[in-house]
Design a protein around this ligand. Sequence first.
Ligand code: AMP
Ligand code: MG
Length: 271
Amino acid sequence: MDDLRSLWRVQPRERPDLDAIDPDADDGAPKKKSRLEDASEELVERLADLQSRLWAERRRSLLLVLQALDAGGKDGTIRKVFTGINPQGVSVHAFKAPTEEELEHDFLWRVHHHTPRAGEIAVFNRSHYEDVLVVRVDELVPETVWRPRYESIRGFEQTLVDGGTSIVKVFLHISADEQADRFRDRLEEPDKRWKFSTGDLEVRKKWDHYQEAYSDALGETSTAASPWYVVPANDKKYRNWAVLQILVATLEEMDPRFPEPEAGLDDIVIV
Ligand code: AMP
Ligand code: MG
């Protein structure tokens, strides 16, 4: 398989200009929609195979950090990308506004607890990055508090990498128009209404502030060992395919192996 990760990777410490990245881009993908779906199906199978090896090997782990604005597609990505996987080896954690107890600790305290154990894939639906995003935009703490967090995050993630965790961080990049369409959908479709929160409209007004905060955060914390990827995400099928590409390429590079079976198994007869 071609390793397409460089299409979306944010170079270490290089601030991406999100305005210059087209959320409708479909670079690298098969042009026909049906081919794109076939390709994703194949990748789902490959992911399942790689995950079973990772789980059996039980030495290393993978962390997927998913960040996006509201209606950016975090939930849908998780549902589609991990559809073929043995649930025993995967954990998903959604980070909400911190509880009182969480606020009484450092910002990484609640996150560290949910990092993957050996053999596991962990998915963060939002993450410690909220502490340099919403926290910055809404001025929940002063800049003297949030800015040094980039450094803390780099150190924290390096600690995970040193402990055998590979990290993949994905920003799902949608346009303001696409977000508006998805909000309208949520309002109109009865089984999506529960997802709509009037608070999301307040957040939408701060669109430019968020783009700014994301650009800074991605640039400050994309490292060789813990890279960010900006995935154009207006088209859901392209988005799923791209995230699958990134995960499969990362796991293929890790190359997890089934453990050696015990010696002498060939001579065993089960009676
Ligand atoms: P949702 O992902 O739609 O369930 O919303 C979760 C909400 O929690 C979002 O509005 C986030 O901005 C918010 N949130 C997550 N982490 C933090 C944090 N560290 N500080 C403040 N708000 C947060
Ligand atoms: Mg929401």
